[in-house]
Design a protein around this ligand. Structure first.
Ligand code: PLP
Length: 380
């Protein structure tokens, strides 16, 4: 039997080995100084991460879900408002609409990129008007790290007078024609959950915007709707700050993030080169750059996904299914509206997607093992 070591799906330990000295020093500095809540590392990280993507403002918060909720609250979204979201995404993208009293409306995806379909979006907007809902905002998701089709979505948003909240929990640092995620739409949200491309060692999140007024409102909302200080409350807010320790850790990780994005792209290119003849590999449109939060293939019709996963697992190769069921078919979401033409693309994707190990420290030999094992599994 196979005696090769088990591979990691995302190897956070390899990154930690590389950065451990700097991480220890950064954590020690926070402990020495004792400003655990909104310490100087938070401000410093906000400045650095805003500069990284070219946004005017970055506002740290507790996690990527809160970031989305803060964006909706800051834009005054609530009862009677319709929020257009892809159905093929992590639940948080849709979850925050009912949180603020709004209605999530499900939109189909594009076959090649896994991202929101502009045509489906237009059908969904026209449909909710007939239901008496007010179209209010679009939340495109940079799924698996690839920026959404922002040119098409921005054009629809401008024509329909909708706000655009980019959910870049998986896509921070990606770009379209050199313009980074974090600078599209009215506001962008991201997550620093450990497994995201830029992750901390706990929960964390941020919002990005060029709108100084909106940034000030978000800054207030994350600290209980504070006014001149936290005991002066000018609006209903929440408690959603980025921890000082996490900010200190993120500053270290951000310092190598550009290099890691390059490494992720080299690994993705190698996968696509060697797998494109046996499975459907992800499509990256010209001018787009992904950060490859996941490398997700689509299996040919003749393959049983559980069989392929079992065969790879037997050789120490972990895989994952993102996502096994689109949101519009989930118990909690199936009564909300969606594209009246149906969502056939995301329903098909849910049956045939498979994500392979992807992280910046995946070495060539390990990757070769994955490629060969997948070739053999698909051929059987
Ligand atoms: C991870 C994720 C979120 C939520 O982030 P948390 O930090 O876990 O709250 C939101 N949207 C998408 C697309 C995600 O992948």
């Amino acid at each position: 039997m196979n005696t090769l070591p088990k591979l990691q799906f995302i190897d956070l330990a390899a990154q930690q080995r590389r950065l451990r000295g700097e991480l220890d020093a950064a954590i020690d500095a926070v402990l020495d100084q004792g400003a655990y809540i909104m310490g100087p590392e938070v401000k410093a990280f906000e400045r650095e991460v805003a500069d990284f993507c070219g946004a005017k403002h970055a506002i740290g918060c507790a996690n990527g879900t809160d970031a989305l909720q803060l964006a909706l609250m800051a834009l005054g979204i609530g009862k009677g408002d319709a929020i257009f979201v892809p159905s093929f995404t992590f639940a948080a993208t849709a979850e925050i609409a009912p949180f603020v009293g709004a209605v999530p409306v499900f939109v189909d995806s594009l076959d090649g990129t896994f991202n929101m379909s502009p045509d489906s979006l237009e059908r969904a907007i026209a449909h909710v008007r007939t239901l008496g809902l007010r179209p209010r905002a679009i939340i495109p998701v940079d799924l698996f790290g690839l920026p959404a089709d922002m040119a098409a979505i921005d054009a629809i948003a401008a024509r329909e007078n909708l706000s655009v909240i980019c959910d870049s929990a998986q896509g921070f640092g990606g770009s379209i024609d050199g313009r980074s995620t974090g600078t599209f739409g009215h506001v962008t949200t991201t997550s620093f959950f450990p497994a995201k491309p830029l992750g901390c060692y706990g929960d964390g999140g941020a919002l990005f915007t060029d709108d100084s007024e909106l940034a000030a409102v978000i800054d207030s909302l994350r600290v209980h709707g504070k006014g001149s200080d936290k005991y002066d409350n000018v609006r209903i807010g929440m408690n959603s700050r980025l921890d000082t320790l996490q900010a200190a850790i993120l500053r270290v990780k951000l310092s190598v993030y550009r290099e890691e994005i390059d490494a992720r792209n080299a690994i993705a290119a190698r996968y696509s080169e060697h797998l494109g003849n046996v499975v459907t590999v992800p499509h990256v449109p010209a001018g787009y750059r992904s950060v490859w939060a996941q490398y997700t293939i689509r299996l040919p019709r003749h393959c049983s996904r559980p069989d392929i996963q079992t065969k790879l697992s037997a050789q120490g190769i972990p895989t994952a299914v993102y996502y096994p069921l689109p949101l519009h078919l989930q118990t909690a979401y199936r009564d909300y509206p969606g594209d009246p033409a149906g969502l056939p693309v995301c329903e098909a994707m849910a049956t045939d997607v498979l994500s392979l190990p992807m992280h910046p420290y995946l070495d060539t030999d390990s990757q070769q093992r994955i490629i060969e094992a997948l070739h053999a599994a698909v051929a059987e």
